[in-house]
Ligand binder design. Structure first.
Ligand SMILES: Nc1nc2c(c(=O)[nH]1)N[C@@H](CN(C=O)c1ccc(C(=O)N[C@@H](CCC(=O)O)C(=O)O)cc1)CN2
Length: 286
């Protein structure tokens, strides 16, 4: 078996085309959505992601507000920019690019954000809403994964999904998204402390690999026909991405989300969805 591709680039392009029309409709009503980003430090990967988010904004007509601080920025300097973005009327939604430099309390920074402007769905209020089943912005990578599966008609309802990882952007919120009534999946959450990971993986209809451990998921761990989404990002000595999924998995799985080209573009597309939906909600409330 050679797996079919869960094509994140093409799916994200379709989402962006729909958003372009929705942004134009908002502008006709006098509302211009604006995405703010705060990048702290000089990590080339984070800079690439942030620049990509602003390229996407330009494509769909969302305004960009970019803020940057050096790696030496203090907690107080970061929090001052967060307050400025909270008060900036041109910024209708924003994100703080993670991870923040060592020594910075990221949770304190996230808590300080205006929850009404949380474009990432990672504010404690947004995560609490997700737990309670109240409408709000959804974490970009987990919901991007759901959209990617739906777009390719991979059945989520009733599926047994094994999530590997417990980070704030993917692993922690992924089961919360998948177990909503609208998705109705059954989820096993694994992590680097799980005993006999292979025995869990072999039972999965869908695997979301987000542990950041190169080639953690091997062909012999995968049930034939399963969907396998590679979300891990490690780098080899040349800076090339090495995912959590061994390339041989494509011979066993029914579906594979490659890395790059799978979930990454969906993360960016979902961020735009969150910004547009927040602007639509605000416009409806007048
Ligand atoms: N505030 C946030 N920080 C981080 C998030 C997040 O959702 N919110 N997620 C990741 C990084 N990330 C978005 O910020 C992100 C990761 C990957 C991609 C992407 O398009 N990747 C490309 C490959 C890129 C490359 O070659 O390096 C792909 O998969 O095709 C977009 C966004 C951590 N931080």
């Amino acid at each position: 078996m050679t797996a079919q591709i869960l094509d994140g680039k093409a799916t994200a392009a379709a989402i962006k085309s729909d958003l372009t029309a929705r942004v134009a409709a908002l502008k006709e009503r006098g509302v211009t959505p604006g995405l703010g980003t705060l990048l702290v430090g000089d990590d080339p990967g984070s800079r690439w992601y942030v620049n990509g988010k602003h390229r996407d904004c330009a494509q769909v007509g969302i305004a960009s507000i970019q803020r940057e601080l050096p790696a030496t920025a203090t907690q107080e300097e970061i929090e001052a920019v967060v307050r400025e973005l909270n008060d900036n009327p041109e910024c209708t939604g924003y994100i703080v690019q993670l991870p923040l430099p060592e020594g910075i309390d990221a949770n304190r920074v996230l808590e300080l954000m205006d929850p009404a402007k949380d474009a990432d769905g990672l504010h404690p209020m947004s995560l609490g809403r997700l737990v309670l089943g109240i409408e709000g912005p959804l974490p970009c990578t987990p919901y991007g994964i759901v959209q990617l599966l739906r777009h390719h008609d991979v059945q989520i309802k009733g599926a047994h999904v094994v999530v590997v990882g417990r980070g704030i952007t993917i692993g922690r919120p992924m089961p919360l998204v998948l177990t909503r009534k609208s998705e109705n999946a059954t989820v096993t959450q694994c992590h680097t402390g799980t005993r006999d990971l292979s025995s869990h993986l072999r039972q999965a209809d869908i695997i979301v690999a987000a542990a950041g451990v190169p080639h953690l998921v091997k062909p012999e761990d995968v049930k034939p026909g399963a969907a396998v989404l590679d979300v891990g990002v490690s780098r080899d000595e040349n800076g090339k991405i090495v995912g959590d999924v061994h390339p041989g998995v494509a011979e066993v799985a029914g579906w594979v989300a490659p890395n790059p080209g799978g979930v990454g573009p969906m993360t960016r597309a979902q961020l735009l969805v969150n910004v547009v939906e927040a602007a639509e909600r605000a416009a409806a409330e007048g």
